[in-house]
Design a protein around this ligand. Structure first.
Ligand code: IMP
Ligand code: MG
Length: 171
């Protein structure tokens, strides 16, 4: 598949530093638990937590909304739950991309029922125009237009997650 670069490695690194600085300021003194959504968020989360200058614990959850390819099915299930108790904790959910909003809307509602002290969401990419349910992240790396993107953890049929830059797939 043909692809075109959207965000270079350097542009990503710069933006991650800015996000981490914001989070460091906002969460100083907090008992921070960073929860990554597998698999897409693992690259972004690895860079982000190393740039956040406060101690944190990490965990992962895996949800399914996309069967395969580039078309959303709409229904969401927990494939892997977190293994820690978040009651009274300051939670930061980290996701690769918010598209329809269904995944994060579901996860945020699910995690809120467990009574964290606070819950914020940091997304690397945001396709604002494609929402099916309203959702606004607390921290956003880049807002992008419609179009399927890969790299920096994001995949197309499990391919291209290891690319260090972000590319948009050409039709
Ligand atoms: P949502 O529930 O529609 O917001 O979908 C979010 C999930 O869809 C993300 O976690 C991604 O795994 C996947 N996704 C949406 N758009 C893209 C894309 O352009 N590239 C790769 N994955 C995407
Ligand atoms: Mg995902």
């Amino acid at each position: 598949m043909e692809k075109e670069i959207l965000f270079s490695k350097e542009a990503i690194a710069g933006r991650v530093r800015e996000l981490a600085a914001e989070i460091t300021r906002d969460c100083a003194g907090r008992d921070l638990v960073v929860i990554g959504i597998l698999k897409g968020a693992f690259v972004f989360m690895a860079d982000l937590i190393r740039a956040i200058e406060i101690p944190c614990t990490v965990d992962f959850t895996q949800l399914a909304s996309y069967g395969s390819g580039t078309v959303s099915t709409g229904s969401i299930v927990i494939k892997k739950d977190i293994g820690i108790d978040i009651e009274g904790k300051d939670v930061l959910v980290v996701e690769d991309i918010v598209d329809t909003g269904l995944t994060l809307d579901f996860l945020v509602k699910t995690l809120r029922e467990r009574n964290p002290r606070s819950l914020k969401v940091c997304v690397f990419l945001d396709k604002k125009m494609r929402r099916k349910v309203p959702f606004t992240a607390d921290y956003t790396g880049f807002a992008i237009d419609d179009g399927f993107v890969v790299g920096y953890g994001l995949d197309c049929n499990e391919q291209d997650r290891s690319l260090p830059a972000v590319y948009v797939i050409k039709e």
